[in-house]
Design a protein around this ligand. Structure first.
Ligand SMILES: [Zn+2]
Length: 236
């Protein structure tokens, strides 16, 4: 083939690629697809969450057409990450990490504790539904952690708070007063609780441990500052 048509074809391909890229960037309706999920690595998944949190903190979230995303994702979901976070109304992972519909799974339970039901949920999201990363998200001034420090007893909450008790016991020697009025103790216990959750995921789920050992999924912990929305990843 003569040079000129070849050149023209190459330019057309380049223009088309640029066009697709532009559309992808400008179309918030685009949702995670099976191919996009399969292509992403655990490290890239973590990076996407860090970038999303940076956008949230900067007050510059992506402009998404959520209704269009919902319509597109209705055919199937291919989220890239699985979050375990607190029920706290100020810690929605979709908002804090600036993600849209179909982007992340989110298991929410007071004090972001790990139990067999949460582990079962994570096994589903990773082994069955293809998620590449698990992030346990704790936060400052957590009411559940305060309840565990104060040994609150009430209905089913009593049993839930017992999951947090080991984390409180772990850091309590550094805070002899043991009062939930001490934000230092509350946040130290919340961080210890996240670290314990990461251990529990690895130790109590052979399904997830095998995926972690093979590098098929990643595992990370983060603490969110309620006042700023900034997520600090524990390995950072
Ligand atoms: Zn909380």
């Amino acid at each position: 083939m003569p040079i000129r048509p070849l050149l023209a074809r190459a330019i057309t391909a380049l223009t088309l690629n640029a066009f697709i890229l532009t559309v992808a960037q400008a179309s918030p309706a685009i949702v995670m697809t099976r191919d996009a999920q399969a292509a992403i690595t655990p490290a890239q998944a973590l990076e996407k969450l860090k970038e999303g949190n940076a956008r949230f903190v900067a007050g510059k979230p992506l402009h998404r057409n959520l209704r269009a995303q919902a319509a597109a994702a209705a055919k199937g979901q291919f989220p890239f990450a699985s979050m375990v976070s607190c029920v706290d109304s100020r810690t929605s992972s979709e908002l804090i990490f600036d993600q849209g519909i179909g982007d992340i799974f989110n298991a929410r339970v007071a004090g972001n504790i790990i139990d067999s039901d949460v582990l079962g949920s994570l096994e589903f999201t990773c082994k069955v539904a293809g998620s590449k990363l698990i992030v346990v998200v704790g936060h400052t001034a957590c009411g559940a952690v305060k309840g565990a420090i104060d040994k609150v007893e009430m209905g089913n909450l009593t049993g839930l708070l017992q999951h947090i008790e080991p984390a409180v016991a772990e850091v309590a020697p550094r805070f002899p007063q043991r009062t939930s009025n001490d934000p230092g103790l509350v946040d130290a216990a919340a961080m210890a609780n996240v670290k314990r959750a990461l251990q529990q995921i690895r130790e109590q789920s052979p399904v997830l441990r095998e995926m972690l050992d093979r590098g098929e999924i990643g595992l990370a912990g983060a603490m969110v500052d309620l006042a700023t929305g900034k997520a600090t990843f524990l390995a950072d």
